[in-house]
Structure formats: C-alpha cells, structure tokens
Design a protein around this ligand. Structure first.
Ligand SMILES: [Zn+2]
Length: 266
C-alpha cells in the first residue's frame, strides 16, 4: 500500500513538473516585466543614444529589445577591473548581446553568470598577443575602450562586443549545453555547410573581405563573421552572398531590412 502511494506521488510530481514550472516561469516573467516598466525610460535613453541596431526596430520590437536587455542585465554579475563603472556599461553590454540573439528564443547565455569589464587590451594566459576580450568557463571578458569603438562603428568591420558574445553563444549551445536554442543548434549545421569551405580556403591563404584572423580557427571564423554580418552587411551580401544568407537564416534576422525607416530618416 505504502509503495503504491509513493509511486502515485512520484508519478504525480513527474506529470505536474512541466506545467508547474512553466506557470512559475510565467509568473516570474510577469513580475520582472512590472519592475522593467519603471526602468524602461532609463534603458531606452541609453540604448537609443548608442545602438544603431535599435533604431531599425519597430516600436513593439524596441520594447521587446529593452525588456530582454533588462532581463539579461539582471541575470549577470558585472565586475569592473581598473575601469570606472558607469550606469551605461552593463546596459550596453547586455544590449549588444541581445542584438546578436534577437531572432532566437534563448537569449540569456545561461552558463555565464559573470561579465568582467576591463579598461583596455590585456594579457591572458601564456599568449604574447594582447587581448581585447575573451570567453572562457569563468566568464565573458570585455575591454571597455574597444567595446565602445565597436558600438560607435569606429573601426570598419569590427565590433568586439558582438565578437565575444558570438563566442558565448556557441559556448552555451555546444560546449556547456546549458541554454540550447533548438533553431540555432539545428541551423548551425546548414551554416557550416557554407561556412566551413570558406574557412578552409582562408586557411589555405585565400583572401576575402573577412579579417585574416578569421582563418585562425573555426571559432574565430564564426566570431569574425558575426561582426561583419552586423557591421558591414551590404558588402558581405555582395562579396560573400552565401555566407550572408546562411548567417541571416541562422540568426533569424537580416541587418539590411529596416523595419522602422521613419526613425532612421529622422
Ligand atoms: Zn575571438
């Protein structure tokens, strides 16, 4: 009898687990949205001031963008190393990540709890080359000066924030497998059918519009492609049309489509 009762309880827990956890999740998002509404003008002012991407979006998408940015920021611990913390730093860093994942369902990069913000190029491990940023099991590392250069579009084809978030996105999908986006994982195979041959030709010395650094290894090829996709989409579509199309399908967004043309003109 006792075994029967225990079995029924266990079966009940298993059956109810999904709907109950979904309900708790919905409740959590609802509560977070309430908190977000009070902060929305603050988020808007920072993101609208700096992020070109944001102005391409419709009003509805902008609200979704800001809410995702808010949730991302709340899910992370930011550490500032030899750089003076400012209110815009965690917001913009979160926003860049949301830009990359805006077409995907999963956007929190769950696994990475810590984001380290440094001032400028630094040395890491045994590498003699200075780093602008990197991603490893301990967190996401960014240098603020380089990050802002990318946000402002000061160096053609470069956006260090997008580059590192690109590494983080493949990390959570394929290495830690802690936040797998069904579409991204499935489509990455199709992306690679197009991308791998281009990467292999680069390794054999072929030149194209991507920085030669993309030929270092396939991880870097991916991260450099992310940067160029957002920073120079017109030229990428012209010179590497298959890669551009594969990237657009993978990330479920097209930087050349402007939803909010009125805002751009304003
Ligand atoms: Zn890299």
């Amino acid at each position: 009898m006792e075994i029967l009762v225990i079995s029924l309880v266990v079966i009940g827990i298993i059956l109810l687990y999904d709907p109950v956890s979904e309900w708790i999740n919905r409740l959590h998002v609802k509560r977070q949205h309430k908190l977000f509404l009070a902060q929305e003008p603050f988020y808007h002012s920072i993101v609208a001031q700096h992020l070109r991407f944001y102005h391409r979006l419709s009003m509805e998408e902008q609200r979704k963008f800001l809410f995702r940015t808010f949730l991302f920021r709340k899910a992370k611990r930011f550490h500032y190393i030899e750089v003076e913390e400012s209110a815009e730093m965690p917001v913009l860093i979160s926003a860049i990540s949301v830009q990359l994942t805006f077409g995907l369902d999963k956007f929190l990069l769950n696994f990475f709890r810590d984001i380290y913000v440094l001032k400028d190029d630094y040395h890491y491990g045994f590498n003699s080359r200075p780093f602008q940023g990197h991603v490893d099991h301990s967190g996401i590392y960014l240098t603020w000066d380089n990050f802002m250069e990318g946000v402002k579009g000061q160096v053609p084809n470069c956006n260090m924030g997008l580059h590192e978030m690109g590494h983080a996105l493949t990390y959570v999908n394929f290495i830690s497998q802690t936040e797998e986006d069904k579409h991204f994982k499935k489509e990455f195979k199709n992306f690679s059918k197009v991308a791998r041959p281009i990467f292999e030709r680069m390794q054999r010395g072929e030149k194209n519009m991507l920085d030669p650094y993309a030929g270092t290894n396939y991880h870097e090829f991916w991260a450099v492609s992310v940067e160029v996709f957002f920073e120079n989409p017109m030229r990428m579509r012209e010179e590497l049309p298959e890669l551009y199309a594969a990237m657009s399908k993978l990330l479920r967004q097209d930087p050349l489509v402007i939803v909010n043309s009125a805002k751009i003109a304003a």
